[in-house]
Structure formats: C-alpha cells, structure tokens
Design a protein around this ligand. Structure first.
Ligand code: GCW
Length: 724
C-alpha cells in the first residue's frame, strides 16, 4: 500500500534523498499534510500527526529556525528528516535542515562523537550517567547564538531526544528554557506481535498482519518505516515480530532473509529484531529425531541456527519462547525442566550477546488444581538455575490479562533471575477493538502495586527496573496488535494503548493521566476543552469496563472469543478454560477461596500482601471474589449485600458506558468528522454490549442468589438481552 506524502510525512527514502541533496522542504504544502486540522483524518498518522499549531505556532518559530544534525548515519538521517518535517508541519513554515550551519534558533542534535558543538558543551559526564539511550535537551548558547541542544551518548538516544522535543511542541509546552534529562528505567522495551506467517493475527483486532511475508524481502511496504518511527517516538527498542505460538518456518533459510530485510528497516530507529522460536524446530525444521535440550546434536543445531541468524541480522535481539504451554512443545516433552530448556538456547546465544526470553505463561494441570498458582510454583523452584542471558517474561497477572487482576506473585519473588513484565495492549479481554478502554490506568495500578518483597515500597515497577533485585537486563514487554487497518489499531482509542505501553515502559512512574494527556494532545489537538473531555473519558474507561463485565474480583466470565459474556461456560477441553471454574457460583455463594483457609494462593505473596488479601477486612473490594468465596448476603463496605453490590456495579458500568457515548457526542465539531464518526460508531456497539453484559451476567447469577434483581433506584428495568 503506497502512502503519499500528503497523507503522512514519512521518512521514506525519497525524503532522505531530498535532504541529502541539500533540499529543504521548499514548499511545505508539498511535504506536509494539509493545514485544516478539522479536515477528515483517518488515524493513519497515529500520534505523529504534526498538525499545524495555528496561532500557537508563533512562539516556537524563533526557537526552531533550522535543524542541524551532524553525521550521516542512517539514524542521524532519519532524525534530521523527522525533525524537519515534524516542525514544518507543526509550525506551518519550512524548517531547513542540514548537517551544519548553526545559527540563532537552531535545534542541534547529536552525540559527542558526531557533533563538535555538543563536544564543546562538556556534557559527557552527564550523558554517561544517562547511558546510550538517555538524552539531554537544553537551551544553551553555541558560538554565542541561542540554540536548543539535543544530546546523547548514542545516536538512538539523540533520536529519542528529538522525538521528545517534537512532543513538547506537539503538546504546546514551552521550549524556551529547556533543561531535560531522561533515561529509560528499563533496558528492554519490547513489543510482542502475535502475527502468524499466513497474515492472520492471534487476538488481533485491527486487520491482517503488517508483515507481508510473501513480498519480503524485495518489497518494503512504507508502513514498515512508519511502524518503526512510531515505536522510536515512544522509546520501544525491540519487536518480536511473530506469534509465540510459533511457526518453525520463520527460522528457515526462506524466511530469515525476509526477517533481515525488516530488521534493516527497523535498525535506524533503534528497534531490534527478535523472533519467537518453536522449541521443536530441530525436529520440525531440522529433521532431527529429538529436540531434547540435553542432546548434543540438538544444541549443535540451535548453535548453527543462531549463528545463521546473526550472519543476516548482526544485532539480533534474541528469541521469545512459549514452551509447554497451551500445546506448544518444550523441554518437559523430554522430562527436562524449563531451566534446562532455556539454558540450552541461551548457550547458543551467549557468543552473540543475545537473550532468551522464556515465558512464564505456563499452567500445567498436574502442578496444582488452581491455575493461578502454577507458574509461581514451577519458577520459584528454578530461581538461580537459569543462565545469565535467560530472562523470564511474566504476564501482569497470574491468570491471563483479565480486566482486573492482582499482580502476579512472581514479581519480586525471583531474586536471581531477570524478570520482564508482559502487559497486553490488544484489549483481548477488554473489549478488543470495539470498546473504548484506555489501559494506562490498569498499568499504573500494576506498576505501583506494592509487592513488599523488600519491605514497603517494593512496587512491581521497582522489581522490574532492578531497584529491588539488581539485574543486568530489565524490561517491559507489551503484546500489541497493530495491523493493516488504516488506523493501525482498529479503534482510534486503542492507539493510546500502544502509545502508553511504550511511554510506561520508558518510565513506569509516569502517571496514566500524564500519558493520556500527551496522547490526546498529539492525537486530537491542544484545544483545552477537547483535551479535558477526552482525558477524562480515558481515565474512567477501564473502570467502567470492569464494572459492566467483571467487577469485585470476578474473572474469566467469557467463552472462547474472550469478548462476550458466557458465565455459564462450563465445558471446555480444560476446566481452567471455563467460566464456572473461576466464579463457582452456587446457592451458597460465589467466588474462589484463595485464602490461607482455602487453597492458600495468597501465600505466594510476601507476608504483608498475603495478610492484606487474606483478611476480609483488608482485602481491597476490587479483588474480593478473586480471593474470597462469600455468601450472596455478605455485607460489603457500602452496607449492601454482595448481590446488591453486584447489581449496582453492573448498572453503574452500563450507565457510564452510555455516558461515554454522550460525552463523545459533545465533541462533534471539535474532533475531525471522520474520526469522530468512527469512534461514535464503536460507542454504539459498546453501549449495547455493556447492557448485554449486565443483563446476561445478572440474570445468570440470579438463579443462584435467588434474590430479586431490582435495578438500582433511577435505573430502568433490564431489557431482555440478545447475545453479544
Ligand atoms: O491469552 C491467551 C490467549 C492466547 C495466547 C496465550 C499466550 C498467543 O488467549 O491466544 O496465545 O494467551 O499468551 O500465549
């Protein structure tokens, strides 16, 4: 699919050629999207719209007269182009760019190695402290001229700084007296794509896969560049491009050149290539008779394979492995444990500096009757046995990306093994691409949750960034689903989850509100009334979703599509894929007893957390039925019975979903018509399905509670539901 310049100012090869030949954007109208901010927009440009700031542009013009990015590396080139085109779009004037020519009002970008101006500022000690991806942005004088300097030890760090400066202008922040120092809190900030080689995406809701394997490596869709730009703008530094339910063919000589071609596109943007590997590849691809990790032939096969990959992709990041989970092959097929499996692969990567990312999403039924307990039991036993380049990737919660889960007890529990968090931006269980649900608030709750493993303040975020258990490698990974839908994410607001996952991976201490505010300004403009309204909708959206689907600690009330309510779901290949396994509703009550008097799952947390969840008086009500089994008549803090409280929550959720719709309607005329209509159309579906969730769940549970289903005062009686 061709993307024209008028649609998206992209750092395509044509753009680079223009700059290289010394041409600045002579006529911004040729290079930049048309001026009218309220013209139809299709969402393709994500948060990098660079739409004209109008009258607000004036204050920036004197500070952004020229872009100077010394050096001629691919990263320097894309940095120059991004700044020139971005600023020109925002300011509505041509902004010349080059490798030299510092004058008053220049933006000077580079590293001490590439830029004499930056060398002259003696920033090196400060830059060293920030590392190659960190950066400084400062308003300084160079040759007695006022300039803005964006400096980093590394060129990708300088690119991140350039995106930061662009963000400041996009969000209408002052830039006259800047003194910014940034460094990422974790070393790996990755995306996981669950894309299959046939173009489908597992749990993807935004069209087919971005990766056109059939036309790679010869044809490079311009979209690959825009994908990499979007990632660099939020600090993402690696992508696992194929599904963890991995097709072995991705490791074949036919596919590896295709992978290398993609890696070449991503490289200038600092996005490293990773692949999901199928543990049985030595058999299925290599023709060996075994994939036993302790077999010398198997190790030799993997070593040769990994060497082959590094010949094509010298900066390859590593493998992500889903082993012995949901039918995938793994070391247990040979009576070996997860450490033996992971270590064998790690040995193949060691000479190259690559990592093996081993997923902890395992839940073998023979380990414990409760799925929530299984991964902790298996992995805590193996702590200390993994090689240094094995990283264990743990989902935020112990079940599976539920609308609300307590944090996984493995966070903070592994002292000797690097642990990466896996969060999910695809909204698999959170309305997919149909419901407006901003996940920044969910992730803030997760990163700030206190594990207490080293006393109070041992937040999940601090277990991840090495503050609690120092670690060579740290990381946060988000499963995302950008696809070929014109707006990448299916729902315009789902873009915010891709955005927030990157921003929070960079700094898990950012607030969800601050991230929503940035995203809204960049996506819908800086009009205060619009910003306030949209941010408010986003901030409330996840709780609203929880309320109309799975409030008070309920979880997994779905069927196989992970979208529609199916509390009656009692039959599946496995008990832990049903809904009844989790809610356990009967005449006596509802909920899963994971207390110390029940199955003891709370005992997997540090004592302070264990006791808090264990005790009915202190267990947060949002987790009540996750940890406790209670009679329908149990009195919650509001004084209502549990049954009445469920009714109130479900009604509140459905009512608030309708409220989101009304609020969005009030933005007609403030948001461009195309995106306004597309979001409005989705809200119609959301409101209808929220009511259906409410009615189906409440009518189902009423057969057990045996109590009246009286809508709360002021609400209408539930309509008879059609299925979602
Ligand atoms: O959430 C579940 C999904 C599966 C997914 C699995 C996993 C890729 O329903 O589709 O498989 O998790 O994370 O491995």
């Amino acid at each position: 699919m061709a993307v024209t310049r008028r649609e998206f100012v992209s750092t395509t090869l044509a753009g680079l050629a223009m700059l290289d030949s010394g041409l600045a954007w002579a006529d911004p109208a040729q290079a930049i999207a048309p001026g009218a901010t309220l013209g139809a927009e299709d969402g393709y440009r994500l948060w990098l719209r660079y739409a004209p700031l109008g009258s607000q542009a004036e204050v920036y013009r004197s500070a952004v007269r020229r872009i100077v990015v010394e050096g001629s590396s691919p990263t320097a080139d894309v940095t120059r182009t991004e700044l020139a085109s971005g600023m020109a779009g925002l300011l509505g004037v041509a902004v010349p760019a080059g490798r030299d020519g510092i004058q008053a009002g220049s933006v000077v970008v580079g590293t001490p190695a590439t830029s004499s101006a930056i060398r002259g500022l003696n920033l090196e000690p400060a830059l060293k402290a920030l590392g190659p991806e960190g950066y400084i942005i400062r308003s300084v004088r160079v040759a007695n001229q006022p300039v803005t300097v964006v400096a980093s030890l590394g060129e990708v760090g300088a690119l991140y700084g350039a995106f930061h400066l662009l963000r400041l202008v996009q969000t209408a922040q002052p830039i006259a007296t800047l003194d910014v120092s940034e460094r990422p809190k974790v070393t790996l900030r990755l995306l996981n794509h669950w894309d299959n080689l046939n173009g489908t995406i597992e749990r993807g809701y935004a069209g087919r896969s971005l990766w056109n394997w059939a036309s790679l490596p010869d044809t490079l869709d311009p979209r690959y560049v825009d994908y990499a730009r979007a990632n660099a703008s939020i600090g993402i530094n690696g992508a696992v491009v194929n599904n963890v339910n991995a097709d072995v063919r991705v490791l074949s000589p036919e596919y590896l050149p295709k992978v290398a071609a993609l890696a070449n596109v991503f490289r200038p943007y600092g996005v490293k290539m990773y692949l999901s590997a199928n543990f049985a590849a030595p058999v299925r691809l290599g023709g060996l008779t075994t994939a036993d990790p302790l077999d010398a032939g198997v190790l030799a096969w993997w070593k040769a394979k990994v060497d082959e990959i590094y010949r094509l992709v010298p900066d390859f990041g590593g493998f992500c492995v889903k082993a012995n989970s949901e039918g995938q092959p793994g070391p247990k097929d040979y009576n070996r444990n997860h450490a033996e499996g992971a270590n064998m692969l790690a040995e193949a990567f060691a000479p190259h500096g690559g990592n093996v990312i081993w997923r902890a999403f395992i839940y073998d039924e023979d380990v414990d009757p409760d799925r929530a307990k299984r991964a902790y039991i298996e992995f805590t036993k193996l702590d200390g046995q993994f090689k240094p380049n094995v990283l264990v990737q743990v989902k935020n919660g112990a079940i599976d990306f539920m609308p609300r889960e307590p944090f996984h007890p493995l966070f903070g529990a592994l002292e000797k093994t690097p642990v990466l968090a896996e969060i999910q931006g695809t909204q698999e269980y959170l309305g997919q691409a149909r419901h407006l649900v901003y996940l920044g608030t969910m992730w803030e709750e997760f990163f700030k949750a206190d594990t207490h493993v080293k006393g109070p303040g041992s937040t999940v975020g601090r277990t991840l960034d090495g503050s609690i258990h120092p670690s060579r490698v740290t990381g946060i990974v988000s499963v995302v689903n950008p696809g070929l839908d014109r707006n990448w994410s299916g729902h315009h607001f789902s873009q915010s989850n891709w955005y927030a996952s990157g921003r929070l991976a960079w700094n898990h201490e950012l607030t969800a509100r601050a991230v929503a505010d940035e995203w809204t300004r960049m996506t819908f403009g800086n009009q205060p009334a619009t910003v306030d309204t949209v941010v408010d909708m986003m901030m409330r959206s996840r709780e609203i979703f929880v309320n109309y689907t799975m409030p008070i600690g309920l979880h997994h009330l779905i069927g196989g599509d992970h979208y529609a309510p199916m509390p009656q779901n009692a039959k599946s290949q496995r008990a832990d894929w049903t809904a009844t396994y989790y809610h356990q509703a009967s005449k006596d009550g509802i909920g899963f007893d994971r207390t110390m008097r029940g199955n003891g799952a709370v005992g997997q947390y540090a004592p302070a957390v264990r006791d808090r969840f264990d005790n009915l008086q202190t267990c947060p009500e949002e987790f009540l039925l996750w940890f406790h089994r209670l009679p329908w008549t149990y009195r919650v803090k509001s004084g209502r019975t549990l049954w009445e409280e469920l009714i109130v929550k479900y009604y509140q959720g459905a009512t608030d979903a309708a409220g989101l719709q009304t609020t969005w309607q009030s933005l007609a005329g403030r948001v461009d018509p195309q995106r306004h209509k597309e979001v409005a159309d989705r809200l119609v579906i959301q409101v209808e399905h929220a009511a259906q969730w409410r009615d189906q769940i409440l009518t189902y549970f009423q057969q057990f509670s045996g109590m009246p289903l009286n809508p709360p005062a002021g609400s209408s009686a539930p309509p008879v539901s059609r299925g979602v």
